[in-house]
Design a protein around this ligand. Structure first.
Ligand code: IDP
Ligand code: MG
Length: 170
């Protein structure tokens, strides 16, 4: 009889873990998403997809943090308005983990401008204007690392094994 219940991960489990490579993305429900009661809907979509929540906080972000978060856009005309918008109320900052979560997360968000976002995407379903597009998602693995480091202390990102892992990854 093959004993499967060892305390060590099976080969299959080890392969799943290495393929997932613990890719993480930074997702934030923006102040308009919070005020419009869309926090649960947005979390639901990432949960239902199969991604794993590893950090979350409800926070009024400082102007300083938001300026740093959007530093790449500081030369653009909408930057001051963007910082003001993001500072206008609390946000829900999260880290989600999973295979290709950065790229897939961006697909789930839709395009930057909701007018170009397809129905079925978060921006396509719930908003109209680019300056009120309800959600942020990292655009690359490197920016995800930078953003997670900006918004979370290392100990606030929790490492755990999801019981659904082998039902989500083959
Ligand atoms: P992204 O959020 O899809 O990554 P970025 O180009 O990184 O898009 O822009 C960051 C945020 O700045 C957007 O989500 C949106 O809130 C805002 N933004 C982008 N372009 C414009 C614009 O033309 N007018 C007003 N706000 C904009
Ligand atoms: Mg961006």
């Amino acid at each position: 009889m093959v004993e499967r219940h060892t305390e060590y991960p099976s080969l299959q489990e080890a392969q799943i873990s290495s393929r997932m490579a613990d890719e993480s993305t930074f997702i934030a429900v923006k102040p308009d998403g919070v005020q419009r009661g869309l926090v649960g809907e947005i979390i639901k979509r990432f949960e239902q997809k199969g991604f794993k929540l590893v950090a979350m906080k409800f926070v009024q972000a400082s102007e300083e943090l938001l300026k740093e978060h959007y530093t790449d856009l500081k030369a653009l005309p909408f930057y001051p308005g963007l910082v003001k918008y993001m500072n206008s109320g609390p946000v829900v900052a999260m880290v989600w983990e999973g295979l290709n979560v950065v790229k897939t997360g961006r697909v789930m968000l839709g395009e930057t401008n909701p007018a170009n976002s397809k129905p079925g995407t978060i921006r396509g379903d719930f908003c109209i204007e680019v300056g009120r597009n309800i959600i942020h998602g990292s655009d690359s693995v490197d920016s995800a690392k930078r953003e997670i480091g900006l918004w979370f202390k290392p100990e606030e990102v929790v490492s755990y094994k999801s019981c659904a892992q082998s039902w989500i990854y083959e």
